[in-house]
Design a binder for this molecule. Structure first.
Ligand code: FES
Ligand code: FES
Length: 169
């Protein structure tokens, strides 16, 4: 049995027929072709699959695609405006907030949510805000620094994700 599912991802509408058991992370990667959202565990531990659903940060391996029917989803691909990186992406670049980069898309999506809730977090609040996202490489120090830098840049008003209307099925 397959069910029709329709959702908006990064401003583009996607319509597909999917099996009800399909996890949202696989839908995003395999049907929408947006492979910036990573799969690190499939068991809701690592946070590599973090996206925004209707403005809330969600591990997309914990949700079935059909549960996102009608939702507005933002993935890492939705943050840059053309060639201009989102301030959080730029800060990860500037502060060397990554090594292998596998955790980075989920880490940036979690950081985005954290800074939207708390634009000027303390170091402790940053560490608590990303505690659901695992990094096996960096020791977190430069990730925290990157989020602190992004917080300062975003305080100037830069960085809202771009939206491009289109339909893909
Ligand atoms: S793949 Fe979703 S939390 Fe690890
Ligand atoms: S940079 Fe390698 S897992 Fe975080």
């Amino acid at each position: 049995m397959r069910r029709k599912v329709s959702m908006t991802i990064n401003g583009t509408q996607y319509e597909h027929e999917v099996e009800p058991r399909l996890l949202l992370v696989y839908h995003i990667r395999e049907n929408a072709g947006l492979t910036g959202t990573h799969i690190g565990c499939d068991t809701s531990n690592c946070g590599a699959c973090t996206v925004e659903i209707d403005g809330h940060s969600v591990k997309s391996c914990t949700v079935f695609a059909v549960q996102a029917e009608g939702a507005q989803i933002t993935t890492i691909e939705g943050l840059a405006k053309g060639n201009e990186l989102h301030p959080i992406q730029q800060a990860f670049w500037d502060e060397h907030g990554l090594q292998c980069g596998y955790c980075t898309p989920g880490m940036i999506m979690a950081a985005k949510q954290l800074l939207e809730r708390n634009p000027n977090p303390s170091e402790r609040e940053i560490r608590l805000g990303i505690e659901g996202n695992l990094c096996r490489c960096t020791g977190y120090h430069n990730i925290v620094k990157a989020i602190q830098t992004a917080s300062k840049v975003m305080a100037t008003g830069a960085g809202k994700e771009a939206k491009a209307p289109a339909t893909v099925s």
